[in-house]
Design a binder for this molecule. Sequence first.
Ligand SMILES: [Fe+2]
Length: 424
Amino acid sequence: MISDFLSESLRTTALSAAMRGAGLAVRFLPIPQPTIMVGPGSSGRLGQTIAGFGHAKILIVTDSIISKLGLLDDLTNALTAGGAEYVVFDAITPDAPIPLIEQGIDFYWEHGCDAIVAFGGGSSMDASKAIAAAVSNPGKTLRELAGYFKGLHTPVKIYAVPTTAGTGSEVTVAAVISDPENHTKLVIVDTRLVPKMAALDPCLMTGLPPHITAATGIDALTHAIEAFVGKWANPYTDDMALSAVGLIFDNLRVAYSDGMNLEAREKMALAATYAGLAFTRANVGYVHAIAHQFGGKYHTPHGLANAIMLPLVLKYSLPAITDRLALLAVRAKLGRENEGDDALAQKFLDAVDQLNLDLGIPTFLAALKASDIPQLAEAACHEAHTGYPVPRYMTQAVCEDIIRQVLPPAAAAKKPARRARKNA
Ligand SMILES: [Fe+2]
């Protein structure tokens, strides 16, 4: 699970690239939603349900850690009790490369499967989607399936059991895989890749360590906020984003400090799914654009990079999103509507700072080097300006200045103040 989380940076970079490329098409296409089961034991109930669907054999795609921890047991016991046959392919690694996915495809055929359960973090979800697309379109290689709606035939049914509360992969349209020959990421996008059913089982998340709970939780928060303040927001994504933000402010601290608290884990799983439903339609913004550069350059965990940048990007964006931040503040129970937008928006900014502090998120990026900042800012602006519906435009100079604010203290002390002013 931890390795899955660490791979999320590159995975989400490619996912966002997919969403950029899909642009308006993804914005306006109807995206199916899975039937979602929630609560302790829901992975077993999912097994109970799909056992009755008459599949010949179900392929469970996961990683070896999840398999060894016994997290599959509720699902597989229910499948067996329901008379369903299954096999487990538990070789998924972070950023699953094409040869590994091809092994999964071979495994699927060897065992005569006709459906897939994706069980794990983002990498297992994406590998499952890629296998589903490939086995349904045997005339095409994985490389040929990369892009938008490249498979003629509908992928076989996918069911999802996420084991982290952050990515929202169980409700998104894309699969990201690694092409080790070309050192690139390939993205398969098809609205038919959205799983048919998903189980949000908090019992599978109690083993996540606090720092991963914090970072994945803030990733979900960032999905919700960026979807809510961006220009593609609509009433549906607003509902999802507001629900996610409310749940996260109510539950993330508890899940962080008391990982065994099933209620908090369940609410965080729901929040991540709601945020996924929002951002897969309304997209993300500068926080993700900058965080992706940190991930690419320094391998900074995705959620941590988001958490460090979120307060600064929100403060810059404030003039354009005061009313939206005020709505978020009310939903987060930070104030009442009659307090006025300016006061409420400031309360929300303060609350994000406090949340980061309470979760042990640093205010700087230890790996950041001043000499890298121009290149990082250029790449972030390119990513954002080629498709993210950002609420307030940021020049590269401004972006550099914002990134400079998260230099580690020693590096920041060496920087001449006039340089920062010059770029402000
Ligand atoms: Fe993210």
